[in-house]
Design a protein around this ligand. Structure first.
Ligand SMILES: C[S@@+](CC[C@H](N)C(=O)[O-])C[C@H]1O[C@@H](n2cnc3c(N)ncnc32)[C@H](O)[C@@H]1O
Length: 359
């Protein structure tokens, strides 16, 4: 599974248990990112819709959520992946920009990515396109030279970057599902009634498409103008099209409107104790939108890797450390009393602790 900031890797079992305990048969994961949570819901037998505004997340959602593993030609997929793995490298945009102008991949892997991505383009619009592209994204992620964000690459090549690029068959899931591409402030109106909605909005001003600009380019395949040492996309620097969830001022009103626009019996919302909105305000927001019972649960979590490594000057010397290395991941569960109680109890065995929120 891809390296992704804010991914709910550790919380996935707790989220799946909570969702199952509510008895939900249908669910929407509306900031789906890697699709991890949506996949966990789908594995329990729920019919899931997964949405996100990032192009790469849409591809992942089409692959893991919208594709039914039992309804595809698995041998054709295996053959195509084997064929792509055999292609000789051919230097193109990725090699020039992400191997020569910057150092995200070793050139031999960059050349392979260029050659494979060009061939995948021929399949755009067919069922196999998101599956092959997901396989390429995952393969590229396994040999990149970053700490998990594409805002910078490592000064020395990461050991994994020396491994040859190797496409594998994605772990597809059986059953129906759907992807919901686009900005959730617009797409929410198209969802209709559902049992459960899971919301995991961004926690700060950093735009995900920019943090993961290489995946964005691998999906769009548009050879964009770039800037800076990390060769980020110029078009993502512009303020138009920015998410209201990436701004302190617009975050709370956007979240309030989103919750209001949902027709969900239960809403589960992830947030943390370092961000813009207090637990009291989030609780109030959920209650104001007709969800009678709201419970906040806390999970202790280790902060991002930079906080553990410390602060370094440009010469690589450690010049300070970050004050907090742990934070609390909040999970709000809102809905009718029975569902909220059952879901809350289900999180306990995964380290969930009930939080008392002052009114
Ligand atoms: C904290 S991450 C979600 C991580 C995800 N739960 C996981 O485990 O991989 C937040 C996600 O919100 C998406 N996002 C930000 N603004 C959005 C918007 N207005 N509409 C839809 N998705 C948005 C980002 O692209 C990002 O993938």
């Amino acid at each position: 599974m891809l390296k992704y900031l804010g991914s709910k890797r550790r919380l996935v079992p707790a989220l799946a248990a909570a969702a199952t305990a509510t008895g939900a048969r249908t669910a929407a994961d509306l900031f789906t990112g890697t699709t991890r949570v949506a996949q966990a819901f789908k594995k329990t037998g729920m019919r899931v819709v997964a949405g996100d505004s990032a192009s790469y997340s849409q591809v992942l959602a089409e692959c893991f959520i919208a594709t039914d593993s039992e309804a595809i030609d698995a041998s054709l997929l295996a053959e195509e992946i084997a064929r792509l793995n055999q292609l000789p490298g051919a230097a193109g945009y990725v090699t020039e920009v992400f191997c020569q102008k910057s150092q995200f991949f070793q050139p031999q892997n960059g050349e392979k990515i260029d050659a494979i991505r060009d061939v995948i383009e021929d399949y755009r619009g067919t069922w196999i396109f998101p599956l092959l592209l997901t396989s390429l994204l995952q393969a590229a992620d396994r040999v990149d030279s970053t700490t998990g964000l594409q805002m910078a690459y490592l000064k020395e090549w990461a050991p994994r970057s020396y491994r040859p690029l190797d496409l594998r068959i994605p772990d597809l899931l059986p059953g129906p599902g759907a992807s919901l591409p686009g900005d959730v402030t617009r797409t929410v109106a198209t969802i209709g009634p559902i049992d459960l909605a899971y919301l995991d909005p961004p926690y700060n001003q950093h735009r995900y498409e920019s943090n993961y600009h290489i995946w964005e380019t691998l999906v769009r395949w548009d050879a964009p103008e770039h800037y800076g040492r990390a060769c980020k996309r110029v078009d993502l620097r512009e303020s138009s099209g920015r998410s209201p969830f990436n701004h302190k001022k617009t975050f709370a009103p956007a979240l309030g409107q989103l919750i209001e626009g949902l027709q969900a019996d239960v809403v589960m919302l992830s947030y943390n104790d370092e961000s813009w909105v207090s637990a009291q305000d989030l609780t109030r927001m959920l209650r104001d939108n007709g969800l009678r019972e709201v419970q906040a649960i806390g999970f202790e979590s280790t902060r991002y890797i930079g906080s553990r490594i410390g602060i370094h000057n440009p010469q690589g010397q450690k010049v300070g450390s970050v004050r907090r290395t742990k934070n609390i991941e909040w999970l709000f569960i809102a809905g009718d009393r029975n569902s909220v109680r059952a879901a809350t109890a289900a999180t306990e065995s995964f380290g969930g602790q009930v939080l008392e929120i002052a009114k």
